[in-house]
Ligand binder design. Structure first.
Ligand code: MG
Length: 299
């Protein structure tokens, strides 16, 4: 029985517009061996086609739109399943607009049933319009809960969660957040993976670098979870969380041999786990963002 993988992108595959060591070999091994996988991202701005092109420019070849599932696609799936005749007023970018269009969910700037907020620039004009729609009874749906998103090692940008916080404050309405760690994101991603590959959907692993989203959501959805230390989580902070990943890897490079041979490696749990269980040590994350205090990444 094959294992399928849901793989976060930023901090796992690339960082600062550079591929992380081992990413090329991992993707090559998965494609060559027919291993089912989907890249799972909370970024609702790009389309899956955009992402395939972007990763191609970084040096990851052989990927297509079918290899990606974004929080924008999850939002469109959610609305088409739970309220198929709804209308929306959108603050977001091409990836969100295109996902809603594909699901035939119309835009409505007069009396929408939902205000949908995604990643991207929100002008004051659009915020005022969204505020008016919410005041007139629309419900507030957000593609992902990230208050901020990493741009580079020392730079962040406001995320969809921050835009939603503005509208929650101005209207008193409470937002509902899709994307990781919401179980609906994992539920639909697992279904898509199973449809694409016909694998048993219980054999799915989430690989991510962020405890609050990737790992928490995987555990709550009943998936195995592998934390990589190549992104936002330093090793020393892992044991501060109630929930723990199934495995801690230095990076995706640790997985290539296992994916190629199909046999679990005994080396994958160490030395990272031994360090966590022992005394505190320096974080191993090469690309960890700087250590100044930040607000919680999500609510
Ligand atoms: Mg990440």
């Amino acid at each position: 029985m094959k294992t399928g993988y849901l793989i976060d992108m930023d901090g796992v595959i690339y960082r600062d517009n550079h591929l992380i060591d081992g990413a090329v070999e991992l993707v090559r091994a998965m494609l060559k061996n027919g291993v089912p996988f989907l890249f799972l991202t909370n970024n609702s701005a790009p389309t899956p086609e955009d992402l395939a092109v972007r990763l191609g420019h970084l040096g990851l070849h052989g990927l297509g739109a079918r290899h990606f599932y974004t929080s924008a696609m999850n939002t469109a799936d959610f609305l088409s399943e739970t309220d198929p005749n709804c209308t929306v007023y959108v603050i977001g970018e091409g990836g969100l607009l295109s996902a809603l269009h594909e699901r035939k969910i119309p835009s409505d700037g007069i009396h929408p049933r939902y205000v949908v907020v995604g990643e991207g620039t929100a002008s004051m004009e659009k915020l005022i319009k969204a505020h008016e729609c919410l005041e007139n009874g629309a419900r507030l749906l957000v593609t992902n809960p990230d208050n901020w998103c990493p741009v580079s090692a020392d730079k962040t940008r406001p995320g969809a969660g921050a835009t939603a916080a503005f509208l929650e404050a101005s209207t008193g309405r409470r937002a509902y957040f899709l994307g990781k760690p919401n179980g609906y994101m994992y539920h639909r991603a697992r279904r898509k993976l199973a449809q694409l590959s016909r694998i048993n959907s219980e054999k799915v692993v989430m690989i991510g670098d962020t405890m609050e989203t990737d790992i928490r959501g995987a555990i709550e959805a009943g998936l195995l979870s592998y934390l990589v230390l190549s992104g936002s989580t330093p090793l020393e902070s892992v044991r501060d969380y109630v929930y723990q990943p199934t495995r801690i890897l230095h990076s995706v490079a640790d997985l290539t041999e296992e994916i190629t041979t199909g046999k679990p490696s005994d080396q994958l749990n160490s030395p990272a786990l031994q360090v966590v269980r022992g005394t505190r040590s320096r974080p191993l994350a090469k690309y960890a963002i700087n250590r100044r205090p930040r607000p919680a990444m999500t609510k």
